[in-house]
Design a protein around this ligand. Sequence first.
Ligand code: ZN
Ligand code: FE
Length: 241
Amino acid sequence: MTVTATAIPMLTDNYSWLLRDTATGTIGIVDPAEAAPAIAAIEAAGGRLDCIFITHHHGDHIDGIPALVERYHPKIIGNAADAHRLPKLDIAVREGDLVTFGAVQAQVFDTPGHTIGHIAYYFPDDGILLPGDTLFSLGCGRLFEGTAADMFGALQKFEPLPDATLVCAGHEYTASNAKFALAQDPSNQALQARAAEITALRAAGQPTLPVTLGQERATNPFLRAETAQAFATLRKAKDNF
Ligand code: ZN
Ligand code: FE
């Protein structure tokens, strides 16, 4: 395992992630909403920034990029199909592409739903998944542009990934997601245990992420929906919860 992912809190409930390839010292940032907290984390990690990974075009995932580009000149990685509404891309990627990061490679998944051009990155050697606003702990992204069927299909792409995979999502929505999840699945003991852990973590000012995919499979109602229809019903119920 050579890549580590560390949450950088931004705005009120966003997480950007600092990626570090310990074999080569390569540093990447995922979805910087703001420059200042990213710069603080980059400087603490040695003061270099090699690349920025973008999952989608929303301001709370890209607004920090111009100041980081000016200061560090990183390579910008994002969805080729969304290039028209992203900062200027140096590496435009598509589903199935491999992106070199230090000594390892990340796989690109096309994950439409939250937005049409949303993508996720997965580091198979290190078991790190960067789902942006596709998958949250105990929740999933709202459907701003895609359909429920799109999002169901996107989440299904994570099915082959191992239970130990670390989910490094874009928001700290876990406590409010837990309320909805418990309302759906009140007798789920793994979910009850996770809800207690979330309460303790948040009371201590700690992030609830990363979380393992195995933990999410046991507790997240959106991963437990078995059909696109069941998923659509659940997403609608969450929107009105
Ligand atoms: Zn978003
Ligand atoms: Fe977001």
